[in-house]
Design a protein. Structure first.
Length: 276
């Protein structure tokens, strides 16, 4: 009997820590399950933002500006700190302004784009895309202005595009902006340049050769984008380089439509070719 009692006690002593371990394991499993649930919820939240971004990218490629904008705004609502969604919002507002039905709608889109672009730069000052799309947003507003206001905004366009390249030298859009900036500053009336020099401290030097250089840089980075060839052709036309302009306009006509404005670029290229 005594021997049996000892065996029972020993078994009890063995079972107690095992039961405690089992209880701990149960609690640990519960914690793991809670942690997995939390991680799953986080993943679901992240995937929602990515889902909206993917939808926006698809709609952007299909030239559905309003749909893409709505999708990116939803992505931003899910992840407001993600500046990629913000500069994509700016991009859609820029397109929305280009294809607006009237001047009021155009101006409203450009102003909204500028607000988002400045937010992007404030949130991520080291992100080249934020500076690029601020230069684009300000440039769109500058197009509808005149005189000193236009020139003042033009200076900011130049500064933001240059900053974009400083932060990320692989952004073709920034070189494109600088290409157009150089060409358009060269075309400013002399009296406006004089007034700017006297009252606003002047503008950085600009030449058509520098415009050509920047457009070629953009082409090297993204040879699939029609806008670079088209604007280079326009620049050559202004320089009196008819044969070079013709080559770029013909290249424009040979390319696939990948951006919403590409169709109108081809129409303009045909008009230019008919006059060369």
């Amino acid at each position: 009997m005594l021997g049996q009692f000892k065996i029972v006690v020993i078994i009890g002593l063995l079972i107690m820590p095992m039961a405690a371990i089992a209880q701990e394991m149960g609690e640990s499993d519960s914690s793991i399950m809670e942690s997995d649930t939390s991680m799953h919820d986080m993943a679901m939240e992240m995937s929602a933002a990515l889902m909206y971004e993917t939808e926006g990218d698809s709609l952007h490629s299909a030239f559905d500006t309003d749909g893409a904008l709505e999708a990116y705004l939803k992505a931003n609502k899910e992840e407001p700190e993600n500046t990629t969604y913000i500069w994509k919002i700016v991009r859609e507002y820029a397109d929305k302004g280009i294809f607006a039905d009237d001047d009021d709608e155009m101006e409203a889109a450009y102003i909204e784009g500028e607000i988002w672009a400045r937010k992007c730069v404030a949130m991520a000052p080291e992100d080249g895309n934020c500076h690029l799309y601020l230069s684009i947003a300000v440039g769109r507003i500058a197009e509808s202005k005149s005189g000193k206001t236009k020139v003042k905004l033009s200076r900011e366009v130049n500064e933001e595009a240059a900053k974009s390249i400083e932060l990320n030298p692989n952004l073709d859009g920034a070189y494109h902006v600088l290409g157009r900036w150089n060409r358009e500053v060269v075309a400013l009336p002399w009296y406006l340049k004089a007034a700017v020099s006297m009252f606003l401290g002047g503008l950085p030097s600009a030449t058509n050769d520098e415009a050509v250089k920047n457009f070629n840089m953009a082409i090297d980075l993204r040879p699939d984008r029609m806008l670079h060839y088209f604007e280079l052709g326009v620049t050559y036309k202004y320089m009196g380089e008819k044969e070079k302009a013709k080559i770029k306009f013909e290249k424009t006509l040979s390319m696939d439509l990948v951006e919403r404005k590409d169709e109108s670029r081809q129409e303009e290229a045909r008009k230019y070719l008919s006059k060369l």
